[in-house]
Design a binder for this molecule. Structure first.
Ligand code: UDP
Length: 321
């Protein structure tokens, strides 16, 4: 069986692709190579295409037939929140039109199993201890909106065809499963802290006056290798279950503050990561931690790697570069 992985040259997509390959599944990589690295997917056949383009369904149809694709894991998307505020049309085009084109190609090809990469950004600023999938989604930026609209589109597609799908709402993904697949984009907390430490410059902590135990924002950090395993579980589930569309949080279920991450990374580095408190960043919820009850009871998945392991793997990968 072959699974097409869109966004396979990216940080998360490549972890998913390699894990599938390890499980004996053939992978067809689909990527526009705008942000991905060819070195991450050398072993896979590649369809290089911008999925938002009009010709995408036709190109995918041909590739699905050639490689006998049976399922699609769709990660290809733009994911920078700030950029999405500045370029909303680009984000809707890439993230929603791109998705519509993939689903069109699947329908035309009779490919009926789909795993969609969604995000905790769909929730917005929920004022709860643990956010469950039934929480009302009120995204506060175009990026989160495109992921929520994406889930709606996936659900609508399951209602109009034989498609069965799982949407996975990722929390804060970090770490690396193998050094050569590491996150090379310095856009999230762990890579930013690592870079500042290497430069010998204090890293910014955005606000220390939140209503949290140490005043800094609390998030749910999940190891990318655990996250990749959730995709494999989702694919297996789609083979045995007949519910049309399910949504699952993918997180560790435990909260870590910005200062907890700083401390874990300092331990992993064997040196103190210097920080400086800066004003709050707009749109940051004080706390965003997953309830993982549903994914653990339905998919039998739970995170097995903790924050220390996330940080150790990130440090190891940075040292290997
Ligand atoms: N953060 C920070 N300094 C930075 C980058 C991030 O204090 O240089 C904080 C941010 O305010 C948030 C947490 O780290 O509370 C995680 O931020 P990130 O951008 O990695 O992911 P997000 O939770 O926004 O999706």
């Amino acid at each position: 069986m072959t699974v097409a992985v869109t966004g396979a040259a990216g940080y998360i997509g490549s972890h998913v692709a390699h894990l599938l390959a390890e499980a004996g599944i053939h992978v067809l990589a689909v990527d526009d190579m705008s942000a991905g690295l060819g070195s991450r997917i050398e072993q896979f056949p590649l369809v290089e295409i911008d999925l938002a383009r009009d010709e995408a369904p036709g190109v995918l149809r041909a590739a699905f037939a050639q490689h006998q694709v049976r399922a699609v894991v769709h990660l290809a998307a733009r994911k920078a929140v700030g950029e999405s505020v500045e370029q909303p049309m680009r984000y809707y085009s890439q993230n929603v039109t791109g998705l519509a084109n993939v689903l069109t190609a699947m329908q035309q090809s009779g490919v009926d199993r789909f795993v969609f990469s969604s995000s905790a950004a769909t929730y917005g600023m929920p004022d709860v201890d643990l956010v469950s999938e039934d929480q009302r989604c009120e995204p506060i930026n175009p990026y989160g909106e495109t992921k929520l609209v994406g889930e709606w589109l996936v659900r609508a597609a399951t209602r109009s065809s034989d498609l069965r799908a799982v949407s996975l709402r990722y929390f804060n993904v970090a770490g690396t499963g193998r050094p050569e697949l590491a996150d090379t984009v310095v856009a999230n907390l762990v890579p930013i802290l690592l870079q500042r430490a290497a430069e010998g410059v204090p890293a910014a902590v955005f606000g220390d006056d939140y209503p949290t135990p140490d005043g800094t924002c609390v998030r749910d950090y999940v190891h990318v290798a655990d996250l990749a395993e959730a995709h494999v579980r989702a694919l297996t589930y789609l083979e045995r279950d007949d519910r049309p569309h399910d949504v699952f949080n993918v997180g560790s279920g435990t909260g870590a503050s910005v200062m907890d991450v700083v401390e874990a990374l300092s331990r992993a580095l064997g040196q103190e990561v210097a920080t400086v408190v800066e004003p709050r960043r707009a749109g940051d919820p004080p706390r965003l931690v997953a309830s993982v009850e549903r994914i653990s009871s339905v998919l039998g998945w739970h995170a097995t790697r903790d924050l220390d392991e996330i940080c150790r793997s990130a440090v190891e990968a940075a040292r290997a570069r």
